[in-house]
Design a protein. Structure first.
Length: 338
């Protein structure tokens, strides 16, 4: 190398013949003050000296900050071996789950089936919206709230076309509660119960499934569409997580898409319930008359009004839970202090 020394600018070079073989490619690092060259031994054993020649070269001086004698080297090696043994002992104490691969296979298949089901719903509804959506166009109350223009001819039979697959997917979603209950997944139980049982399944089976008058309303399209878009990213994310794969764009979508879709889905469900209240009042369906002197009757429309309040409280609980998850997965990573 060319450098400036006591005699001015000169070409400097040196040659060292090590006592035993070393790795052919040393690691070089340049600083403002010096050039550091790290040479690795081929075999990790103790050398009597550094070079083959017994007399140390004049230009070679030991760095006592990094100096290790034979006893120090043995102690360091012994500590590493003890650390390795302790790690093996800890791993051996952890009970091995004989059904680990079976559980993982079940979770992969569950998430895959749900993804395919909601993908079918999303594609079918998108095709109907852009290809089969012919006819007169009119603006409905829900459309005004969301700023959309409804194609009523394509919305009319959404429930009759999609309901079988939606029934299947939402019935299968009850397994998420069981998975959380028996510890197959780490997700908390309460958000799963709120979203699956007291949220979607109540609207799907109790409101839409029992009232034919509600099945032809445009709000059904928005409910199914918002549900399906959300699950298009959630289930693939969980499926890849089962095999230890994290795809950053999918992670970002899974913890971001819900921000606009979750409130819109809750709003669509609320509109559906509001539209169903007059129908339940006229038919008296699910209203319960109690045998008592006062002839008190529990009106189902009143229950739905209570449910509307619980719906928005549930949205708040789940929104808070999802926000914490987003902050955990997409927030800045904290560095561990050494």
């Amino acid at each position: 190398a060319q450098g400036h020394g006591a005699k001015g600018d000169n070409i400097y070079e040196f040659e060292i013949e090590f006592l035993e073989p070393v790795e052919p490619k040393p690691v070089c690092r340049m600083t403002q003050r010096q050039l550091n060259i790290t040479v690795q031994k081929k075999e990790s054993n103790w050398w009597e000296r550094l070079t083959k020649q017994e007399k140390r070269p004049l230009f070679l001086a030991p760095d006592f900050d990094r100096w290790l004698d034979e006893s120090d080297a043995e102690m360091e090696l012994k500590e590493k071996e003890e650390e390795k043994i302790n790690k093996m002992k800890i791993e051996s104490r952890v009970p091995k789950d004989p059904f680990k691969h079976l559980k993982k296979g079940y979770l992969i298949m569950y998430n895959l089936v749900q993804f395919l089901g909601f993908s079918w719903i999303f594609v079918n509804m998108t095709v109907r919206l852009f290809i089969l959506g012919k006819g007169n166009m009119e603006i409905h109350l829900f459309s005004k709230m969301l700023g959309f223009l409804c194609l009523t001819d394509s919305f009319y039979d959404t429930f009759h076309t999609i309901s079988d697959m939606m029934y299947f997917c939402q019935t299968l979603a009850l397994m998420e509660i069981m998975n959380s209950l028996i510890g197959l997944v780490r997700s908390p139980l309460i958000p799963s119960v709120v979203q699956v049982v007291f949220g979607r399944n109540f609207v799907l089976f109790v409101i839409l499934g029992t009232l034919e008058e509600m099945q032809s309303k445009p709000v059904v399209f928005f409910i199914f569409y918002f549900w399906s878009i959300t699950e298009l990213f959630r289930y693939p994310y969980y499926m890849l997580s089962c095999i230890g794969i994290e795809w950053k764009p999918l992670t970002w979508l899974r913890y971001t898409v819900w921000i606009p879709l979750y409130p819109l889905g809750g709003l669509a469900e609320a509109v559906c319930i509001v539209q169903s209240i007059p129908i339940f009042s006229e038919t008296g369906k699910f209203s319960l008359g109690l045998p008592n002197p006062l002839n008190v009757t529990i009106q189902f429309p009143f229950v739905l009004q209570i449910y509307l309040i619980a719906l928005f409280l549930g949205i708040f609980v789940n929104f808070r839970h999802l926000y914490k998850q987003r902050k955990h997965h997409l927030g800045p990573k904290k560095r561990k202090m050494k």
